[in-house]
Design a protein around this ligand. Structure first.
Ligand code: MG
Length: 386
């Protein structure tokens, strides 16, 4: 029974920025922005809450961010450190359930339905996880608990930062109805406007709208949106062991059309995934780009290599080619962008095709050097030319 599922969504607060504040207490209470160089079309990867007050948010061009918040301390991305902490957070999750679906380094769904007998209620598990992350790692997580993924994610966001929100079946409609429609996964600016023009501002109004009205806005996604508005979502938590993929995705605060910003975000994601592959001694056979338009259409575009790889250059060349091909044909305002690697196998376990990656050894040494230097001095010190 889907209704009896217990799902926890854990979302670290301003993760990269919080890690920087953790590692350098002088930064606590200050506006910290983590991301790329403003002079090189870099984008914001994360902003501390002090910086968010100035309107800074992730995926914003860094040049714009430093204009909004001139006193901010801008730091490069130290991916290896974030991966390390993410793994420690993951280890805490694993004490409670094997059913874990990571969405990115700092966000995951946990299905704890099977853990209740051992640990008590989902609320107790959620509190324990939040407490252990704070006690053991010094970081703050927002936690949402509900009977499905949609509501759990919504819950973790309702009282951020340092949030802890449980949405029970009995009061879900009461919580949903007054919320703005933009709280529904995937409703961006354009859709919000279209809904507003029909007098639909809240989730409650959406739930009561005629299905034909919803169809005119959401197309064949209308029934799905109607279900979400009623707090119904049957999607399962896909644990990484089943999914066998490493990915990174980002939902933007505002829809993005600028090709260069999207490419920069994608490059960051490719570098993150590539480094995680190497950290875990894995290679990927397949890569996938995920693009969600403002009007809910989600497209995935992928490709499979003849031989698995974890070389940043190879992964990036292919990702960029897929992106440019997509952009040429069907560019539009993008709400979410993601990059994933699947078909994973242990590095070096397959036969290497020397001809498909003629400079494989050189690239491998380069990646190792990049990882080491980025580890020490930050992500942005060295960066592939794009
Ligand atoms: Mg987060």
């Amino acid at each position: 029974m889907a209704e009896s599922r217990q799902i926890i969504h854990v979302d670290m607060d301003a993760f990269y920025a919080s890690v920087e504040q953790l590692d350098n207490p002088d930064l606590i209470g200050k506006a910290v922005i983590v991301g790329g160089n403003p002079k090189k079309r870099g984008v914001v990867s994360a902003a501390s809450y002090e910086a968010r007050k100035f309107g800074v948010h992730s995926a914003m061009p860094m040049s714009q961010a430093v204009r909004l918040c001139p006193n901010a301390i801008v730091l490069p991305v130290r991916m290896k450190r974030y991966v390390e902490l993410s793994q420690q957070i993951h280890a805490i999750f694993e004490k409670f359930t094997p059913q874990i679906e990571p969405i990115s380094l700092d966000e995951a769904f946990l299905d704890v339905t099977g853990s209740l007998q051992l640990f008590g209620s989902s609320e107790k598990i959620g509190r324990d996880i939040k407490y252990q992350i704070k006690e053991q790692l010094g970081l703050v997580a927002s936690v949402g608990i509900a009977t499905n993924k949609f509501l759990a994610k919504l819950a973790s966001d309702l009282d951020k930062p340092d949030g802890f929100v449980v949405i029970a079946e009995e009061n879900k409609q009461q919580i949903l109805d007054p919320l703005p429609v933009s709280k529904i996964w995937g409703v961006g600016k354009v859709t919000e406007k279209a809904l507003k023009s029909k007098g639909i501002n809240t989730i409650g109004q959406l739930r009561k709208a005629p299905i034909d009205t919803l169809r005119s806005i959401f197309g064949d996604q209308a029934p799905h949106m109607f279900r979400l508005a009623q707090g119904i979502d049957n999607r399962e938590v896909e644990s990484s062991r089943e999914a066998k993929s490493i990915s990174s995705e980002q939902t933007f605060a505002t829809d993005i059309t600028d090709k260069n910003i999207l490419l920069n975000v994608l490059l960051n994601q490719v570098e993150d995934v590539a480094q995680r592959l190497r950290t875990n001694d894995l290679e990927a056979r397949t890569i996938t780009l995920k693009l969600r338009y403002d009007d809910f259409r989600t497209v995935t575009r992928g490709n499979t290599f003849d031989h698995p790889t974890n070389t940043t250059k190879t992964l990036w060349q292919e990702a960029e080619a897929i992106f440019l091909k997509w952009h040429k044909k069907s560019a539009g305002a993008i709400r979410l962008l993601g990059f994933g690697a699947s078909g994973l196998q242990e590095a070096g376990s397959g036969q290497h095709q020397l001809f498909s990656e003629p400079d494989h050894d050189k690239q491998k040494r380069l990646d190792e050097a990049f990882d080491r230097i980025r580890d020490k001095f930050g992500h942005d010190v060295l960066r592939r030319g794009k």
